[in-house]
Design a protein around this ligand. Structure first.
Ligand code: HEM
Length: 493
């Protein structure tokens, strides 16, 4: 018995030595070997980060399971870190790879594959008309379609309709696959249910990324079930099947002189680079890239618009001011173009305040240190995960006056001119890996919101309040709760 006890103590000592924090690393929560620090509290992550920030300052570490995470609360530190090549990659987590051996596409990939895909997508978005009149007309069209659907529920409290998701998906799908979904398309509903599952299963799928040793001690079938690993694979295969069919249809009808969309552009790149030994373009990667864009380009903007509808229903005085500006700049029957932005500072302010207050990507998207390096005066070993505390920064009194209030006026100067305040504002991330759909998202938010509020007013259902708390079921992103809202058609529309 004594021998076993001594062996256990020795083992614990060795583990402790092996997993001890290296000198020079930031202060913070370190916890036990293999387990790290698991908080025994029901406090929201944001509130915990708020406390940790107070205790440790602008940069600290939290070891969770086997993963060492460094959290940044200072805007400049975020800029420094994410502008650097040292933090360019994503962690090699299964959760990011959709269960595949290596990451493809653009959100989770690294190295030359990521670099080539990012450059390719940015060029495609530009060539396919981002900011140009063709694209503006397409977004206006989606906005007017949405207004028609919203009118159908005018006068009776109801949740926002599926039409909102369809309008946003159609903008990205038009660019990617040259098509739009019908409102009642059952395939779209299936794809969106799969996406929702991916979001809701984040925690279970990510557990083995943080506690990889669980996979060695639990029987294989059990761990695959508990952590939803089989379901993750099936979900990916369903997406791949759908997108591969789309890609094959494109291949069969490809006209090299008239590429229609991003899929055509990629197929032509594959042909062009076929003999290049460094070629990264391939059919399997294309299917994941399409999934990435479908995913990143739909949920994000839909949810941000949902937040805006809820905020304006809650703050009628803000909505009235925005509508007064719309009425002044856009005569009835005229829809906004990007040129109107300059003449609509209040609308710009509402959009920015919505992005700040909702903080959709609450802790950004994870990066990883690609080598042993330094940050903020601390040593950061290779493999350390680095995240920006976006939501906390968006509510930090150092950057924002009365941070908890929804106050579009904070974005306007004394003359009522919009001031694109940058310090402390990072809804799209910063640096080399920042959101590559930012310009598209901004365009959608501006055109669709002005189109909607031109003819409709949103309010809280009689006797009820809109609940502006984040949906606790989702861990990494801030979604609002699904709830009723009352829509009224404005006089004359
Ligand atoms: C309001 C809407 C949106 C928000 C708040 C948002 C936010 C973000 C954030 C925080 C990141 C991570 C940045 C980082 O890693 O540091 C990101 C990455 C990304 N976003 Fe967005 N996004 C939005 C809309 C879009 C749209 C419309 C697209 C469609 C093209 C898109 C495509 C992407 C892609 C592909 C990445 C990965 C970039 C990379 O890893 O290189 N996003 N987004």
């Amino acid at each position: 018995m004594l021998v076993e006890l001594l062996l256990l103590v020795a083992l614990f000592f060795l583990l402790w030595r092996f997993f001890k924090k290296t000198d020079g690393m930031p202060p913070g929560r370190w916890g036990l070997p293999l387990i790290g620090y698991i908080p025994l509290t029901r406090k929201r992550i944001h509130d915990q980060l708020f406390d940790l920030h107070k205790k440790y300052g602008d940069i600290y570490v939290w070891r969770f399971g086997t993963q060492v995470i460094v959290i940044l609360h200072d805007y400049q530190l975020n800029k420094d870190a994410f502008a650097s090549q040292d933090f360019i990659d994503r962690p090699p987590w299964n959760f990011f790879r959709y269960g595949e051996e290596t990451a493809s596409g653009v959100i989770a990939s690294g190295g030359s594959l990521w670099h080539n895909n990012r450059r390719f997508v940015l060029r495609q978005l530009r060539d396919l008309g981002m900011g140009k009149s063709r694209m503006v007309a397409a977004v206006q069209w989606q906005g007017t379609q949405l207004v028609q659907q919203l009118k159908n529920q005018a006068g009776r409290p109801a949740p926002l309709p599926h039409a909102l998701e369809v309008a946003i998906v159609n903008v990205i799908w038009q660019m990617v696959a040259g098509k739009q979904f019908e409102m009642s398309d059952s395939r779209l509903m299936e794809l969106q249910n799969l996406l929702r599952w991916i979001l809701e299963s984040t925690v279970s799928v990510a557990i083995p990324d943080f506690f990889p040793w669980l996979l060695y001690i639990l029987p294989g079938a059990l761990s695959r079930r508990v952590f939803n690993l089989d379901r993750q694979k099936t979900t990916l295969h369903k997406f791949q099947k759908y997108f591969t069919k789309e890609i094959e249809e494109h291949r069969a009808t490809l006209d090299r002189d008239n590429p229609r969309d991003l899929i055509d552009g990629y197929l032509m790149m594959m042909e062009e680079k076929a003999d290049d030994p460094d070629n990264t373009f391939n059919a399997k990667d294309l299917a994941i890239l399409v999934l990435d864009l479908f995913f990143a380009g739909s949920e994000t903007t839909t949810i941000t618009l949902t937040w805006m509808f809820y905020y304006l229903a809650t703050y009628p005085e803000v909505q009235q001011k925005m509508q007064a500006e719309i009425d002044e700049v856009l005569p009835k029957g005229t829809l906004a173009t990007l040129d109107d932005k300059l003449r609509m500072p209040y609308t710009e302010a509402v959009i920015h305040e919505t992005l700040r207050k909702s903080s959709l990507a609450a802790t950004g998207v994870q990066h990883v240190a690609t080598r042993d390096t330094q940050l903020g005066g601390y040593y950061i070993p290779k493999g350390t995960v680095v995240i920006g505390a976006q939501e906390t920064i968006h509510h930090d009194p150092r950057y924002w006056n009365r941070p908890d209030e929804f106050l579009p006026e904070r974005w306007l100067d004394q003359q009522g001119k919009f001031t694109p305040k940058k310090e402390g504002f990072l809804p799209f991330g910063v640096g080399k890996r920042s959101c590559l759909g930012e310009a598209l998202a901004r365009m959608e938010l501006f055109i669709i919101s002005t189109t909607v509020f031109q003819s409709l007013t949103f309010s809280q259902p009689p006797g009820k309040r809109i609940d502006l708390h984040y949906n606790p079921k989702l861990f990494l992103t801030h979604h609002p709760k699904i709830q009723d809202v009352l829509i009224t058609v404005r006089p004359g529309f």
